[in-house]
Design a protein around this ligand. Sequence first.
Ligand SMILES: NC(=O)c1ccc[n+]([C@@H]2O[C@H](COP(=O)([O-])OP(=O)(O)OC[C@H]3O[C@@H](n4cnc5c(N)ncnc54)[C@H](O)[C@@H]3O)[C@@H](O)[C@H]2O)c1
Ligand SMILES: C[C@@H](O)[C@H](N)C(=O)O
Length: 300
Amino acid sequence: MSSVYQLVCFDFPFRKRFGKDNVILSDIRKPPEHVFLSGPFIYSDILDYKNLREIVVNNRVTWLFHYSALLSAVGEANVSLARAVNITGLHNVLDVAEEHGLRLFVPSTIGAFGPTSPRNPTPDLCIQRPRTIYGVSKVHAELMGEEAHSPFCYEKTHRPDSLSDYAVQIFHDAVKHGRFECNLEPSTRLPMMYIDDCLRATLEVMEAPAESLSMRTYNVNAMSFTPAELAQEVLKHVPEFQITYNVDPVRQAIADSWPMNFDDSNARKDWGWKHDFDLPELVTTMLNFHGSESRVAQAN
Ligand SMILES: NC(=O)c1ccc[n+]([C@@H]2O[C@H](COP(=O)([O-])OP(=O)(O)OC[C@H]3O[C@@H](n4cnc5c(N)ncnc54)[C@H](O)[C@@H]3O)[C@@H](O)[C@H]2O)c1
Ligand SMILES: C[C@@H](O)[C@H](N)C(=O)O
């Protein structure tokens, strides 16, 4: 778990909604202590089909939220592993879901679009020719879900992380050092979503009555900003804050092929999607979090 998950742990809304013991978390990585102690946690490798089936049968699982993946930058660095985890792993999940009648959620991403997609705004349905293995695997996931057209739900969201992890690191560095070096150009506009909104969207689409869903894949939008705009907002709270730019050409090329903004009118119309966090609320929340974290560290 990374980035804004630190602020609101991934499982908390799920455990709050369904009961602590009714949500089983799994990973191949050792979880932080607070996650491990928050309820059932097990080892599970998405590539081990027999083990997936065993977990579903032994625990009478009914819903499956499939988050395991290699993200864009990591995927480009290890294409064969990304292909295995993102595509073979997805097939395992689809098969186990079909075999046991599970309701399945798989997040898609802005990375599922490419340079030939309309970028501002990007509609639900358009050309999707991504240039990364991550994007290709997510388009594959979208199409597999639509092909199955039983209760599969796919959602294209974006929250600050990985390729765009600048939008998370900036808060830590602003509080700790008063400065931040950004690896994207100041004018790189990307859609972003705060994790609370992301998780609420996940629950809302999963709980929406089937007849209200006119599609299987929805764009879900919140805010959209550039590093320069984010820095301006941070500056309102941290007057000494300075941002410099040291652009990573590989990351920049990927970001330049991604949507700048989403048209999510179908999600708003079909199941009432509405985001809570815009840029000012995001910045205040993240700075408060990092501020209180650094005060705890100082006290210790
Ligand atoms: N971070 C974003 O901005 C963003 C945006 C849109 C969609 N998503 C999607 O959300 C999901 C989670 O993303 P994240 O940001 O939490 O990424 P992350 O890298 O923090 O988490 C991915 C997890 O997958 C696990 N994993 C890798 N190989 C595995 C395997 N063989 N078996 C089981 N687990 C394995 C990793 O250990 C890791 O915990 C992904 O599907 C991603 O595409 C993320
Ligand atoms: C785009 C999104 O899915 C993720 N932040 C990535 O960079 O891979």
